[in-house]
Design a binder for this molecule. Structure first.
Ligand code: F0G
Length: 410
C-alpha cells in the first residue's frame, strides 16, 4: 500500500461544535451530542483526483480524506465494489439511467467493511485492546473480521432471534464473543454504550465518529466510476442512519475541494415498520420520535431509534432530498426484481433502496431523465432464510432421466 500520511483533523460535537480531545468518546461530554470528524482539506484545494489519488479503487485510495494512517491500516482490501449500469431495470421503470453500487462485494459482504477498516485502524492507534458493538448483524460480521485481522478482542451484542443466519455465522466464525440480547437493536446499543463508558471496550458502532469516515468513500467511488459526473440522486436504505450521513459528508468534502460542483439529492428509504426518519421528513421535522417496536423483514434496518437520525435528516434537507418508507412486500418484490432483471443479489435491507426507486417513480418523485444510483448495502447470502422462503419451490425427482425430463419439459 502506498504511503500517504493521514490528513489533520479535529473531532467536534455535531450539536454544540465543541472540540473533543478524548478520541475514545462516543458522545459530547458537555451536551451528549453526536460527534463528527472535521478534516482539514486546505492542502487539497487546487489539486485534482488524478494528482492526489494514487492507490487502486478502494477505501485507502482516499487516504488524503481519512483521519487514520494508511501505512498502518488494518485492511482486507475493502471497497472498489462494482457500479452496475442496470439498463433492463431502468427500462422497466421508465428511467434513463439506474446504477447499483454493489456493496455486497466487500470482504464480509456489506458496506460495513469500509467503516471498520478505518475504525479498527483507529482502535489500534488509540491503543485499545477490546472492541465491541451492538448490531443487527452486518456490523458484527465486519467488526469480528477486522478485529481478528488486528488481533483485538471483540464483543458483539445481537438482538435475539432477529439476526440473519449468514451474519450470525460470520460473527461466530471470526472468533468474537457473541452475546444474544433479550431485546431489540436499540436495547443492545444502550447496553454496549454503557460498557464502553465504563472502559470495558472501544465502541465501534456508527456513532463512533471514525466509522462514517470510511463509509464516505462509497460516494467517492461512485463519482469516480461515473467519470466525475455527479448523479441526480443517490438512494440508500436507512437504519441507524449513519451511512446516508457518511455519503453526504464525503460529497460535501469533494465540494469543498472543488472536485464536484453540485450535490445529488440524497434519498433515504426505511422499512414501513421501522420508519422514524421517514415520518419526521413527512412532518418537516429535523428531529424524530423513536418507534418503540420496530418490525420488518429487512432485519438489518429493524431499528426504532436511529442513533445518527439527526445527521441523516440534515443530509436529506441540505441536498433537497427526501425520506420515504416501503412495505415488506415491496422490499421482497424489489429484491426479486433486481435479481431477475440484472442478476444482482442483495439482502432485503439493500432491496429497500430499489423498492424506494419503484415507489418514487410511481409517485413521480423521481423523474424519467434523472440519473440515479442505488447503494445496495449487503449481499444476498447474508439472509438465505428469507430468500428460500420467498423463492418458490425446489422440484424433486428420483435419479432417473425420465423423471427429470418430465420436470424439465413440463
Ligand atoms: N443496509 C444494511 C445491509 C445494513 O446492515 C444496515 C445497517 C443498513 C443498510 C443501514 O445503515 O444504519 O447506517 O443507516 N446495519 C447495522 C448493523 C445497523 O448493525 O449491521 P445505517
Amino acid at each position: 500500500m502506498q504511503e500517504v500520511a493521514a490528513m489533520s483533523y479535529q473531532v467536534k460535537c455535531f450539536e454544540c461544535s465543541r472540540t473533543i480531545k478524548d478520541e475514545k468518546l462516543d458522545a459530547c461530554p458537555s451536551c451528549g451530542g453526536l460527534l463528527n470528524v472535521e478534516m482539514d482539506l486546505s492542502s487539497l484545494r487546487g489539486q485534482t483526483p488524478k494528482s492526489s489519488l494514487v492507490a487502486p479503487l478502494g477505501v485507502w485510495r482516499y487516504a488524503p480524506f481519512l483521519p487514520a494512517e494508511a501505512s498502518k491500516a488494518v485492511s482486507l482490501l475493502e471497497g472498489g465494489t462494482p457500479l452496475y449500469d442496470c439498463r433492463a431495470l431502468a427500462r422497466e421503470l421508465g428511467m434513463k439511467r439506474l446504477y447499483v453500487k454493489y456493496e455486497g462485494a466487500n470482504p464480509t459482504g456489506s458496506f460495513k467493511d469500509r467503516g471498520m477498516t478505518v475504525g479498527v485502524s483507529k482502535a489500534l492507534e488509540l491503543g485499545c485492546k477490546v472492541v465491541g458493538c451492538a448490531s443487527t448483524g452486518n456490523t458484527s460480521a465486519a467488526l469480528a473480521a477486522y478485529a481478528a485481522k488486528a488481533g483485538l478482542g471483540c464483543v458483539v451484542l445481537l438482538p435475539s432471534g432477529k439476526v440473519a443466519l449468514g451474519k450470525l455465522a460470520q460473527a461466530m466464525f471470526y472468533g468474537a464473543k457473541v452475546i444474544s440480547i433479550d431485546g431489540n437493536f436499540d436495547d443492545a446499543l444502550n447496553v454496549v454504550r454503557q460498557l464502553s463508558r465504563e472502559g470495558h471496550l472501544y465502541l465501534l458502532n456508527s456513532i463512533n465518529p471514525f466509522r462514517p469516515e470510511g463509509q464516505k468513500t462509497v460516494a467517492f467511488e461512485v463519482i469516480e466510476q461515473l467519470e466525475l459526473e455527479v448523479p441526480d440522486a443517490i438512494i440508500l436504505p436507512v437504519g441507524n442512519a449513519a451511512n446516508i450521513w457518511a455519503v453526504y459528508k464525503g460529497l460535501s468534502e469533494w465540494m469543498e475541494v472543488g472536485w464536484i460542483s453540485r450535490m445529488p439529492r440524497l434519498i433515504g428509504v426505511q422499512a414501513a415498520g421501522s420508519n422514524p426518519i421517514a415520518v419526521a421528513f413527512r412532518q418537516g421535522r429535523r428531529d424524530f420520535v423513536p418507534e418503540e417496536n420496530p418490525e420488518t423483514v429487512a432485519t438489518a434496518i429493524r431499528i426504532g431509534n436511529p442513533a445518527s437520525g439527526r445527521k441523516a435528516l440534515k443530509a436529506i434537507y441540505d441536498t433537497e432530498g427526501l425520506a420515504t418508507d416501503v412495505t415488506d412486500d415491496e422490499i421482497i418484490a424489489a429484491q426479486k426484481l433486481l435479481g431477475k432483471r440484472e442478476g444482482v443479489g442483495v439482502e432485503p435491507a439493500s432491496a429497500a433502496s430499489i423498492a424506494g426507486v419503484v415507489k418514487l417513480r410511481h409517485q413521480g418523485l423521481i423523474a424519467k431523465e434523472e440519473k440515479v444510483v442505488c447503494i445496495c448495502t449487503g449481499n444476498l447470502l447474508k439472509d438465505p432464510d428469507t430468500v428460500i422462503k420467498n423463492a418458490g419451490q425446489v422440484m424433486k425427482a428420483g435419479a432417473s432421466v425420465d423423471e427429470v425430463k418430465r420436470l424439465v419439459l413440463g
